[in-house]
Design a protein around this ligand. Structure first.
Ligand SMILES: *Cc1c(COP(=O)(O)O)cnc(C)c1O
Length: 432
């Protein structure tokens, strides 16, 4: 027994073992040490033999993240996959911003400048309908800031048909209530009328909230006032209308005719529009605050704004996104189904040629990520055996597809064409 304990490999020896060099470089010594200690404990407890300590420690090393994933799910904006991938320009901008930059300095004058002013200028230029703009951490932060600055200790009038759960158990009503504002729910799940709002409003009203139900649709006997209807009621009562457009479309998108956009809602009379940066806008995670100059100033100057402010990497990525020709999300949205099918054929032919059973099929993709619910995007996929799902997910890069009738579909709509060769290599590796 004592001999056996003595033969357990020592921590330092393993750390210096060439087999641990790569993990030490990517994870750091401490995390590798923890895996080694765990394996040594198992050996001391007799659960494994001393000879197995090295292999057990290697097998139990945590994965260093983030791990690159090829999104072959057919869902353009996948929250679990980090929503919008950035454009090449935005990625470059992030790399520059990661160093020392002129974030709060005006290089022309040498004086302090407004934080991220070039990003804010790009946003203002992209949405001329907004008198002023501000950027926070995400759309949830934008809503919290608006609720706190405009309705803390007062009421937010909102339709029962717009009390959205945005995902992972987060509910907009809870988020708003956490600011100390009281929700004044009006109407019913399916129908809310302009008079419901008018009747609920009074001196206690801090703001009226319009929320785009971005991840579901209610069909049938439904009715909700338009932004213009609400704007008229709010104007008469001198109460701000805050409108959460969700997806971050700045202008109408012909391919998504039912998806609201910031410009249209501002033109219809919304005082403040909030939106996410990493949904259909195709940029980094952030929250856009667009609208009336006095209100945006009020939000920007609120003490809470400091806790919600966007970081320099985000601001850089947002600016580059706004000036990019086409974001990956736009490209995926615009992709021609015939071209996608052609790519699927080519990929299937290459795979078949090396002995992997593969077939090109027509599919239906979706926007996902809380945008354009119910919209079907015609797409194409390579169908491979279902048994490849796990090895593909465990591969590097990881590949995620979707299971459909005992086939694993690798949908190409959200796969950048330049990734096709990586996808081919990943499937071949997964077969081994
Ligand atoms: C996605 C979404 C949110 C939350 O936005 P985040 O940027 O994830 O904080 C809020 N409201 C609506 C309508 C949404 O679609």
């Amino acid at each position: 027994m004592a001999d056996s304990l003595r033969s357990i490999p020592r921590t330092d020896d393993l750390l210096n073992d060439p087999g641990f060099a790569v993990p030490v470089a990517s994870l750091g010594r401490e995390r590798v040490k923890a895996a080694i200690r765990q394996a040594q404990r198992l050996a001391r407890d007799g659960a494994i033999t001393p000879a197995d300590v090295r292999a057990t420690a290697l097998a139990n090393l945590p994965l260093a993240g983030p791990c690159r994933v090829i999104n072959a799910t057919g869902v353009l904006l996948h929250t679990n996959l980090g929503r919008a991938p950035l454009s090449a320009r935005a990625i470059e901008a992030v790399a520059v911003a990661a160093g020392v930059t002129d974030l709060e300095l005006d290089l022309a004058t040498g004086r302090r400048g407004r934080r991220g002013r070039t990003a804010l200028a790009a946003l203002a230029a992209a949405v001329p309908a907004a008198q002023d703009v501000h950027v926070v951490n995400n759309n949830a932060a934008a809503l919290v800031l608006a609720a706190t600055a405009l309705a803390r200790g007062r009421e937010i009038v909102v339709s029962r048909g717009e009390l959205v759960e945005i995902g992972n158990g987060f509910r907009l009503p809870d988020l708003l209530a956490s600011t100390g504002a009281r929700l004044r729910e009006v109407g019913t799940t399916n129908r809310t009328h302009p008079r419901d709002y008018a009747e609920a409003m009074g001196p206690q009203t801090g703001l009226v909230l319009k929320v785009h139900p971005s991840n579901y649709v209610i069909e049938g006997f439904v009715s909700a006032p338009t932004v213009a209807d609400l704007a008229e009621i709010c104007r008469q009562a001198e109460v701000p209308l805050v409108a959460d457009v969700g997806s971050g479309l700045l202008h109408p998108e012909p391919r998504l005719p039912h998806e609201p956009d910031a410009t249209s809602w501002l033109k219809a009379g919304a005082d403040v529009v909030t939106a996410s940066g990493d949904k259909l806008l195709g940029g980094p995670q952030c929250g856009l605050v667009l609208g009336r100059v006095d209100l945006v100033e009020l939000l920007r100057g609120h003490p809470l704004a400091r806790a919600l402010r966007a970081d320099k990497l985000t601001l850089a990525a947002l600016e580059a996104t706004l000036s990019a020709e086409e974001t990956p999300v736009q490209a995926a949205l615009q992709a021609d189904p015939a071209v996608l099918l052609e790519r699927a054929w080519q990929l299937a032919a290459k795979l078949t040629a090396v002995g992997v059973p593969a077939q090109a099929v027509s599919t239906t993709a979706a926007v996902g990520g809380g945008g354009a619910p119910g919209v079907d995007l015609p797409s194409a996929a390579v169908a491979v055996p279902e048994t490849l799902a796990v090895p593909l997910r465990m591969g590097r890069p990881a590949v995620l597809g979707r299971l459909e009738r005992a086939r694993y579909l690798l949908d190409l709509r959200a796969v950048v064409p330049t990734e096709d060769k990586d996808l081919f290599a990943a499937v071949v590796t997964a077969c081994k």
